[in-house]
Design a binder for this molecule. Structure first.
Ligand code: AMP
Length: 235
């Protein structure tokens, strides 16, 4: 199943994606992570994207389409994936439909994580990441076992450069301007579920899985390739 996760920065997309990866057995495609990796490795896409990332602005759609197309061709993405941070514009939503369509696939459901702005500002200020393995923590809601140290690799945790207050405000402005039309795009095609994300992560995951189960061929305990297409299941 192909699932899009939508939500403002700090809504818990990364945390929910990790849970869904475990429960559904499909990869998490985070364009933010792919871009940061590309920048670090100085790939052609990374070199084109670096200035946009530093300013907290959206990387051009043409660059993003190339990035996502390459990722969809990897073997692990054939049965499905969880898109996090993509699409960010209606043009990207249409591009994703086109890229998946070319591969005989489709977005089954978009999950929009719904959360008040003041909760987001508080959450982002306390977010920490491991510069070594990319694990994310929250100093308040999901701290590491030892303060400021990664549970997985023992390296010191850092604040993400784009979690500074100025860049957060800019990213929230961009998100709000873009999110409405994207939600409308998927809602118009009956592919949107809005989930209340201002509660314990485990409850958000359960609500998300129920929505996925209702809208897609996914059934717990069934290997994904044994699931029937939605259109056939409804007949
Ligand atoms: P994120 O980790 O999702 O918050 O993304 C970090 C940064 O990567 C954003 O501020 C953008 O500069 C860039 N980025 C991530 N996803 C996209 C996308 N779908 N379209 C354009 N730029 C993106």
């Amino acid at each position: 199943v192909f699932i899009v996760l939508l939500g403002p920065p700090g809504a818990g997309k990364g945390t929910q994606a990790d849970q869904l990866v475990e429960r559904l057995g499909i990869p998490h495609i985070s364009t933010g992570n792919l871009l940061r990796e590309a920048v670090q490795r100085r790939t052609p896409i990374g070199l084109q994207a670096t200035a946009f990332l530093d300013r907290g602005e959206l990387v051009p759609d043409s660059v993003m389409r190339r990035l996502i197309g390459e990722r969809l061709d990897a073997h692990d993405a054939r049965q499905g994936s969880i898109f996090d941070g993509y699409p960010r514009t209606v043009a990207q939503a249409a591009a994703l439909d086109a890229e998946l369509g070319q591969r005989g696939r489709q977005v089954h459901l978009t999950i929009a994580l719904d959360i008040p702005s003041d909760v987001i500002v508080q959450r982002l200020g306390s977010r920490r990441v491991c510069a070594c393995c990319g694990s994310t923590y929250n100093a308040i809601t999901s701290p590491p076992r030892e303060p400021e140290i990664c549970d997985r690799c023992g390296e010191p945790l850092v604040c993400r450069a784009d979690d500074s207050p100025t860049v957060i405000r800019r990213r929230m402005e961009i998100y709000r301007a873009e999110a409405g039309p994207i939600e409308d795009y998927y809602a118009g095609q009956n592919r949107l579920a809005i989930i209340d994300a201002d509660r314990a992560p485990v409850l958000v995951t359960e609500a998300t899985l129920v929505a996925i189960q209702r809208a897609t061929p996914y059934r717990p305990g069934l290997p994904l390739d044994a699931a029937v297409p939605v259109s056939a299941a409804r007949r």
